[in-house]
Write a protein that binds this ligand. Sequence first.
Ligand SMILES: NC(=O)c1ccc[n+]([C@@H]2O[C@H](COP(=O)([O-])OP(=O)(O)OC[C@H]3O[C@@H](n4cnc5c(N)ncnc54)[C@H](O)[C@@H]3O)[C@@H](O)[C@H]2O)c1
Length: 351
Amino acid sequence: MRWLPASPYEPDAERSESVRRACITGGAGFIGSTLADRLSARGVEVVILDNFSTGRREFVAELLAQGGNTLVEGDVLDERVLARAVAGCDCVFHLQANADVRHGLEAPRRDLEQNTIATSNVLEAMRAAGVTKIVFASTGSVYGEPAVFPTPEDAPFPVQTSLYAASKLAGEGLVSAYATGYGFSGLICRFVSILGERYTHGHVFDFYCQLKRDPTVLHVLGDGRQEKSYLYVQDCVSAILAALERHEDDSGVHIYNLGSEETVFVDQSIAIITGHLGLAPAIVHGGGRRGWIGDSPLIQLDTTRIRALGWEPQLSIRESILRTLDWFEANDYAWSAAGATRTVAAGEYRS
Ligand SMILES: NC(=O)c1ccc[n+]([C@@H]2O[C@H](COP(=O)([O-])OP(=O)(O)OC[C@H]3O[C@@H](n4cnc5c(N)ncnc54)[C@H](O)[C@@H]3O)[C@@H](O)[C@H]2O)c1
């Protein structure tokens, strides 16, 4: 008998006081569409800006069928599209990005354009429209391989180990500079890897696709001893909303780690996945402490700052993995094309 808790997420009863109309760049993506649903449930009018490069129409169909929400389909690198999307908003949640970490070195301009220049464009469109509140989706990868665990927000400035994280850190810098220079209010959220419904990339996705193609063998990059932290997508969105609505000072820039202090080894998450699917594949490790250049052998963020606002995660990593698997089982469309056609390299994590 599979065990999963009942969903801890009833529709949000609280109405948003600080935001009435919000633009979500990347709002058709995994995290963006979940955030869109939660904001809409709080009475916020949502504008989704997305080019559907990795986002899915299925994720926003219900939201857009409700009155009051809008889709602006296009590219954040197109200034006219951005101007349309941010007009009349009082907050922009900037979640659009190239979230592929591992393949950054194969196309070195991609992270610069999609993550750093895109962020600059979003900030400029906001300035032109008089919108001064931004929430920026950053990443725990900006810490590179830190010396302190759990890693706090003010850990010594990191040496960067991937173009993805470097481009996100540059984005953080731009948000800070707009806060200082133009009086923006900036909220920077550094996420660990996120799991849950609508999950479309990352290690659970890759392992699941591999096992669907061949349930007898699973190839794993690295030695399987990489230790990672994960957070359930609804917990991630609750933390974003808590940070937005509960922190005291609304001016300047505020940085929050969003994660759980729980960690699992890659091999442990494989045991959860194969156990849940009732499989016993041969596990073939590629070897080495890191799965690829830029993979961090240990990720564990200090979440004292966000917890001080009264937030805490509702699901464990194990429960988050099980929910993700159950969502795959119920939604073939989300993985079958990739699973059938792509040769997914073992553990080809995206963020
Ligand atoms: N998922 C994670 O584990 C994780 C971890 C750390 C940080 N993040 C960050 O959180 C944010 C959301 O991640 P996600 O997992 O939901 O990724 P995602 O790929 O599902 O979402 C990104 C969205 O942006 C859209 N998009 C991409 N480029 C675009 C462009 N040029 N113009 C318009 N739309 C474009 C895509 O279609 C997609 O809907 C990203 O900024 C990512 O870097 C995610």
